[in-house]
Design a protein around this ligand. Structure first.
Ligand code: CA
Length: 641
């Protein structure tokens, strides 16, 4: 039996996008929608007219136990699950009244989040389907639950990464959840319901609680293994405007609109205003984070994922579309929960945003975004060549074809900028750095250090595309060298899943909807190239065992990190004087991108070589006393005394 009443609602000020509040006695519905609209809730077979409170907040209470019923908000005849559904039917079409406690897996109340200081995080970026769909012994290929399986946990733990960054895992639209028996693939950058897990990754998308419970089981298993869970969040755009839940509940509120006013030359001399949506996202629309309720939505959404799903951090897609104030508000409100919740994002947009550039959360403005990090395309592109041209070489490729005589000065300076973690350093000539003529990070933990990620070629493919005639031996050498630069950098290291198994996407750059045959990880490579996995895992262990590689502040980096004289195809630096309290007094890292052996003069000392010619052993591979040290072609050496 459903009865209506005007709920005692607090108005917009205290509205927390609590669109559905369930209790066994009553369910309260609230919606942010235009004050002059006609709003009702379609709850099962009942239509409940909503009452306008002040400030565009509409409410209605349904008495009695409504659990399990579907509902939609209908605004001026247009139905949607609202913008903050917590549970949905298949394909996210309708929202469902649930008691979230019913979705908790066994032991959920004792699940402990995994949160570390930013400098200690090692990020592994993965797509659910890529990771497990081709794993022969996976019980749940392509599902959330794959990450609860022993083979998966064992792989991640042996590799040593301590944070998994999962590509969009909220409900997105490009995979039809009603025909999951057919192979379907998408990265998922087309959000439908921002606050519900994607049904395509669950074992039963028709059961509203299933995707929620299985997502939590995944988080629980990773947390038990000491691995943090970072969510890729895409608040900057929706798949389209017309069908988005934002537009269906409050037309045009959530988007940035450019008004084009044209005077039409006719007899009336009419003013014709043509509405145009700004396209800073490159997807046809961009949301308006600066508007109070869009900002509120983003804040409430990340807090909901933290509180309900125990998420440990967020990667903001096209963070450069959002405004600085919103990102700082998110930082502040997450701090109130746990200051070690990690936030980073793409410090750029995909087009021009309809907001002044000085207000945008771009890489150039990271100094105004304390404890928020951005990806360094300086280091990435210096190592492997620019995003815009897959065949163009970076420092790795250039050295291999032209010996060490090419003009590699600028590339080398960009790599040095990455090594220091994007901060100002007296030995980095910023005027030579590829994209940033000013150091943009205030602290090294504000820079994400990487050489490849999902929306690009894998490292292997890139090396093949840019270094003509590359042999398998050189390919592996350059691959390991590139990652040595990343993992000895003072930025927060980040790797694409599968790189440790020499992953290939068969040369496809933008594989967002490519079939499994392109995107899947080939697990047979683990046996095929055991030396590669071994090097990656030892490299990550080296970083984790030695605080010198992860100094927490810019001042410490400037104090302890110095670059050594080296030829252009070589970058060499020293972490000196027990940097960061390291048990090792001095550590020397030499990165040689040349096809020939190179020698550099190392300061006086009695050294143990812990990395050389494609091998890592912290106990020591050989010893060395001062003088000229020879570093093998296309490889890194690391010495300590
Ligand atoms: Ca979906």
């Amino acid at each position: 039996m459903v009865a209506l009443t005007i709920a005692c609602s607090p108005g917009r000020e205290a509205f927390h996008f609590d669109e559905m509040t369930y209790s066994p006695n009553e369910t309260v519905f609230r919606l942010f929608a235009p004050a002059d609209a006609d709003c009702y809730v379609q709850l099962g077979d009942d239509s409940l007219h909503m009452q306008l409170d002040n400030d565009s907040i509409w409410t209605v209470t349904a008495f009695g136990d409504q659990k399990g019923k579907t509902y939609e908000f209908v605004v001026n005849g247009v139905a949607s699950p609202g913008v903050f559904a917590k549970a949905v039917t298949v394909n996210g079409q309708k929202a469902v009244v649930v008691d979230m406690r019913d979705s908790d897996p066994k032991g959920w109340e004792s699940d402990t989040p995994v949160r570390r200081p930013a400098q200690d995080i090692v990020i592994y970026e993965m797509h659910h389907r890529d990771f497990s769909v081709a794993r022969p012994d996976a019980k749940y290929p392509g599902k959330f639950l794959a990450l609860t399986e022993p083979w998966a946990i064992d792989h991640l733990k042996t590799l040593g990464v301590n944070a998994v960054h999962i590509l969009p895992s909220y409900d997105y639209g490009s995979v039809d959840e009603t025909r999951l028996d057919e192979p379907q693939y998408n990265w998922g950058y087309d959000p439908v319901n921002y606050n519900v897990p994607e049904g395509g990754y669950s074992t039963d998308p028709t059961n509203p609680l299933c995707r929620i419970r299985e997502f939590k089981q995944m988080v629980q298993a990773l947390h038990k293994a000491g691995i943090a869970v970072i969510l890729d969040v895409v608040y900057n755009h929706t798949y389209d405007i017309e069908h988005s839940n934002f537009q269906r509940t409050y037309p045009d509120y959530y988007y940035r609109i450019i008004q084009n006013t044209q005077t039409i030359q006719n007899t009336q001399n009419t003013q014709n205003t043509q509405k145009k949506y700004s396209n800073g996202s490159g997807c046809g629309n961009e949301t308006a984070s600066e508007k109070p309720m869009m900002r509120r939505f983003m804040v409430e959404s990340v807090k909901y994922w933290v509180n309900e799903y125990h998420i440990d951090g967020f990667r903001f897609d096209l963070m450069g579309c959002h405004d600085i104030e919103t990102m700082n508000t998110i930082r502040r409100e997450l701090d109130a929960i746990d200051p070690t919740l990690f936030i980073y994002g793409e410090g750029w947009s995909a087009g021009e945003c309809a907001l002044p550039s000085e207000q945008l959360a771009t890489k150039a403005n990271v100094s105004q975004l304390p404890r928020i990090a951005a990806f360094s395309d300086e280091l990435r592109d210096a190592l492997r060549g620019p995003f815009s041209d897959d065949t163009k070489m970076g420092w790795l490729g250039l050295s291999s074809t032209s010996g060490c005589d090419a003009d590699l000065g600028a590339l080398k300076e960009s790599i040095k900028f990455g090594i220091v973690g994007g901060i100002a350093h007296p030995q980095v000539d910023q005027s030579l750095v590829n994209y940033s003529k000013e150091a943009w990070a205030k602290e090294p933990t504000q820079m994400i250090s990487y050489v490849s990620c999902h929306d690009d070629m894998c490292l292997v493919d890139r090396l093949k595309a840019s270094v003509s005639g590359i042999t398998d031996d050189v390919l592996i050498r350059l691959d390991l060298l590139a990652q040595t630069a990343v993992f000895t950098s003072q930025g927060v290291p980040f790797m694409l899943a599968g790189e440790e198994l020499l992953r290939t996407k068969q040369g496809v750059h933008n594989s967002f909807e490519s079939p499994d045959s392109i995107n899947q990880i080939d697990w047979a490579n683990k046996e095929r190239y055991p030396e590669v996995f071994d090097y990656y895992s030892r490299l990550i262990a080296l970083r984790k065992n030695h605080p010198a590689f992860r100094l927490a502040s810019a001042d410490l980096v400037r104090k302890h990190l110095e670059f050594l004289e080296a030829p252009d195809g070589v970058v060499a630096f020293r972490l000196k004087d027990h940097a960061g309290g390291d048990s090792w007094d001095n550590i020397i890292v030499i990165l040689n991108a040349c096809a020939t052996e190179q020698t550099i003069t190392v300061p006086q000392g009695s050294y143990t070589v812990v990395c050389h010619d494609g091998h890592i052993d912290e106990m020591g591979l050989k010893t060395f006393t001062a003088g000229s040290f020879a570093v093998a072609p296309f490889s890194a050496s690391i010495l300590r005394d």
